[in-house]
Design a binder for this molecule. Sequence first.
Ligand SMILES: [Zn+2]
Length: 99
Amino acid sequence: MKIKYDKTIWWKMCREKLKREYQERGITSCELKFDGCMKDFAMSFHHRHKRWWYINKPDLLGYFNQTVLTCASCHQKAEASTELTKYVFKTLRNDNPEG
Ligand SMILES: [Zn+2]
């Protein structure tokens, strides 16, 4: 029997993995630094793609190249704009978009 992870638990595990990886890379505050940036306040991960994109590739949710670390303010701005998100990932994660 294949155990299917609950989505919430899966993301929690991915987040723990990412947190460790960002720590190891020395990234500990918001990477976007838009106007009104809150630096290390209410930080979370902003993904390269919308959630539905990861449905059939759940492993990618926990990949460094699929995420940037953001404060609450910058996350909101990036989330609201596909163009801005594209730009952010091109600038900060200039690499294979699938990776
Ligand atoms: Zn910020």
